[in-house]
Design a protein around this ligand. Structure first.
Ligand code: NI
Length: 147
């Protein structure tokens, strides 16, 4: 593969793609407010690489687990607390928001082995009484360099 390294560790290379794909890409770039294709493509590639990275159970990742539930279900609150205490080495911080009279949103900032994080998220999201839950993963920043 041909490549040319320029100042600051940036590599320039030509990319060929079907016109339709390039047109869709340019629309996506405009809609998302990117200044140029290089920056947008870098983010798209990095997003894919982070997903691949985080799919490996042994990698260290960071992320958030978001949970929505009805706080009147007391048994659920106990189980939520117990589950989080059992994995306190993975939970860095918790944000609790009272959405309305019934509903709460909890956002857990987590960090640790990807497999352990996924297991914790599955345990929490599958608790009876959780209305919706979602795990979002990202890298810790060490692996994917500067912006
Ligand atoms: Ni609340």
């Amino acid at each position: 593969m041909k490549k040319r390294v320029t100042n600051g560790g940036v590599v320039r290379f030509g990319v060929s793609m079907p016109a339709e794909v390039a047109g869709s890409l340019d629309r996506w770039i405009r809609e998302h407010g990117y200044a140029n294709r290089s920056q947008a493509l870098t983010d798209l590639v990095r997003d894919h690489l982070v997903d691949q990275f985080a799919a490996d159970d042994g990698r260290e990742i960071a992320g958030t687990i978001t949970l929505i539930y009805d706080h009147h279900k007391r048994d659920l609150l106990n189980r939520l607390t117990e589950t989080q205490h059992a994995c306190e080495h993975l939970v860095i911080s918790v944000l609790h928001v009272h959405l309305d009279h019934h509903h709460c949103m909890e956002v857990l900032a987590v960090r640790g082995r990807a497999g352990d994080i996924r297991h914790l998220a599955d345990q929490l999201i599958s608790l009876k009484g959780i209305i919706h839950g979602k795990l979002t993963v990202t890298a810790t920043g060490k692996e994917f360099g500067k912006a």
